[in-house]
Design a protein around this ligand. Structure first.
Ligand code: GLC
Ligand code: MG
Length: 584
């Protein structure tokens, strides 16, 4: 130690300081851009109209070429597909719809060969009712060890004819289903925070914990780089399962609107964290589960990652999911839900960076996924649209598609300039909008059925993506089949129609990803630039100046600045509304 200091002291002033360090490269996930593949809708090799693993393998070069660092795959496990695979009947096998375990291994090897890390989805809050564990629980009857794997309870009312409490399913209707009302020996109910075919596990039961350690090891042994953890705020329920009525404006998954304008940042990040917690969301008990999983991942070489899908607010509370001994990442849904307002956007960026910094985690950024209205439509909605509700022909405030795409491109240009890790959802690099005009009989989201069509649900963001303008099903497969119908206008959005075309959304994403990497923006820090006016988001990160105009009036760019990337055309040093630029 003393020697090293002495050496430095003796270095003559004229000699440059050494530029290499012996420190190991920081973990990959701190800076990664992670591309979400929704396997049902990415690429379909066998032509049955549903995407599959061999389809993914074939199309992986397109993602390496796009410039992302990793992929996350939504579930491809054995499943009756009542909730598009988030109803798992065997955690350690591939559903024949998607292929085989050998297909998975082939996909993983190809991804790794291309330098892409692979994250798979883990669904630990509930299984499918078709899972052997649940079928055994039904058969074994009340009071059995098998029933204790899940949350079975006696009903209320004189004959147990009422549900054990008043909780509602995220998808609509009661969160309880009765096993068999006609059986005098067994009137029990079971809890399902989602569909009745998705019974919730009892995570207080050590048996459940042991099974999931096994599931983690099964996929880690195969070589996956990590897990996206479904409903990571829901596993533990409050003791006694007390009644609870959610506040009017709380999102169905537990988040609420960040109404924090005017509150100083320090106050926001130290506000009362538990005020609005539902007895099934964000219970403290979940954290020991993630500490346990952290230890399991540490047994493996390389940097493996757990990413929380936790709809938890405020962000300071979400930061608990990524304390140094828990998960590595958590989706930033507060960012995703931020309205198209410069004030709101500046605020959420500040809050995100500050909140995650309290635990030494990078912030993540995300604008779209398989559960929300695609941001090329969402950012131009003119009526409120709670998460999960979706949009359809009769929704109020339907978006102007041209405006939506402009805003989406500008929003992505801001997102990809921020330090930390970002998630991109398949098809957003093509500028795909939400599909609004899906025929009623084509819709498949359980939300649609459980609300009797009152909520359209999430099918509109799940339509199979277009690869080739002139091919059957736009190159999704060779047969022309598609489990959700693709709109007629999508030829223009197909990947091959945008490839190499200056100004296309695909080329915009490519340049953003290339320059983000080239300038190492992910490890940078932002500094706000004043003087552009209230409707502008302007910051600098590692010498790149980002200016986004979220207002209605054109904005003058700094004199002499050279435009590195523009989300839409910029002429004469004037930044039009709903446009963002990176200046060098
Ligand atoms: C998560 C998934 C969503 C699914 C739900 C129940 O929110 O992203 O698609 O329906 O969990 O598993
Ligand atoms: Mg198929």
């Amino acid at each position: 130690m003393t020697d090293a200091i002495a050496t430095v002291d003796e270095t003559p002033e004229s000699e440059p300081a050494p530029t290499t360090t012996a420190a190991p490269a920081a973990e990959w996930w701190r800076t990664a851009v992670i591309y979400q593949i929704y396997p049902r809708s990415f690429a379909d090799a066998d032509g049955d109209g549903i995407g599959d693993l061999p389809g993914i393998t074939r199309r992986l070069p397109a993602l390496a070429d796009l410039g992302v660092d990793a992929i996350w795959l939504s579930p491809f496990f054995t499943s009756p597909q009542n909730d598009a695979g988030y109803d798992v009947a065997d955690y350690c096998d591939v559903d024949p719809l998607f292929g085989t375990l050998a297909d998975f291994d082939g996909m993983l090897a190809e991804a790794h060969r291309l330098g892409l890390r692979v994250i798979v989805d883990l669904v630990p809050n509930h299984s499918s009712s078709a899972h052997r564990w649940f079928q055994e629980a039904l058969a074994a009857g009340p009071g059995s060890a098998e029933r204790a794997r899940y949350l079975f309870r006696e009903g209320r009312g004189e004959h147990g004819e009422l549900p054990p409490n008043n909780w509602e399913s995220v998808f609509g209707g009661a969160a309880w289903t009765r096993v068999n009302a006609d059986d005098p020996a067994d009137g029990q109910w079971y809890l399902h925070l989602f569909d009745s075919s998705q019974p919730d596990f009892d995570w207080q039961n050590p048996w459940v914990r042991e099974q999931f350690r096994g599931v983690l090891r099964f996929w880690l042994d195969r070589g996956v780089d990590g897990f996206r953890v479904d409903v990571a705020h829901g596993l533990v329920k409050a003791d006694g399962l007390p009644d609870w009525t959610p506040p009017e404006h709380g999102g169905s998954m537990g988040g609420s609107t960040p109404a924090l304008e005017g509150v100083p940042l320090e106050e926001e990040i130290s506000s009362d964290l538990d005020e609005h917690a539902a007895p099934y969301w964000a219970q403290d008990g979940v954290h020991e589960i993630y500490r346990d999983w952290h230890r399991v991942l540490s047994e493996y070489e390389g940097d493996r990652v757990l990413c929380a899908e936790a709809w938890v607010e405020p962000l300071t509370k979400l930061a608990r999911w990524v304390r140094p001994d828990e998960m590595q990442q958590a989706f930033n849904f507060t960012y995703l839900e931020t309205p198209w307002s410069a004030t709101a956007l500046r605020r959420v960026i500040d809050t995100s960076i500050a909140s995650f910094a309290t635990v030494g985690a990078p912030s993540t950024w995300v604008l779209s996924n398989h559960d929300v209205v695609r941001h090329a439509s969402r950012l131009a909605l003119t009526a409120e649209n709670p998460q999960g509700a979706g949009i359809g022909p009769d929704s109020p405030g339907l978006p102007d598609p041209v405006l939506g795409l402009r805003r989406a491109r500008a929003a992505t240009a801001v997102m990809l300039a921020l330090p930390g890790s970002a998630y991109v959802y398949q098809g957003e690099e093509l500028g795909l909008p939400e599909v609004i005009h899906l025929p009623a009989d084509a819709r498949q989201d359980p939300t649609w059925f459980r609300t009797n069509g009152e909520k359209y649900g999430r099918d509109g963001c799940r339509v199979p993506i277009p690869w080739e303008a002139g091919a059957p099903a736009y190159g999704f497969n060779d047969s022309g089949e598609s489990w959700l119908p693709q709109p007629g206008e999508w030829a223009a959005l197909a990947r091959d129609a945008q490839d190499g075309v200056p100004g296309s959304t695909l080329e915009l994403y490519r340049s953003l990803l290339r320059e983000r990497a080239g300038h190492e923006l992910a490890t940078g820090a932002i500094e706000w630039l004043p003087g552009f006016g209230a409707d502008v988001v302007a910051f600098e990160n590692r010498g790149v100046t980002v200016v986004a105009n979220l207002g209605n009036d054109p904005v003058e760019l700094p004199a002499g600045a050279s435009v590195l990337i523009a989300s839409d055309s910029v002429e004469g040093g004037i930044l039009p509304p709903d446009t963002a630029v990176w200046l060098a």
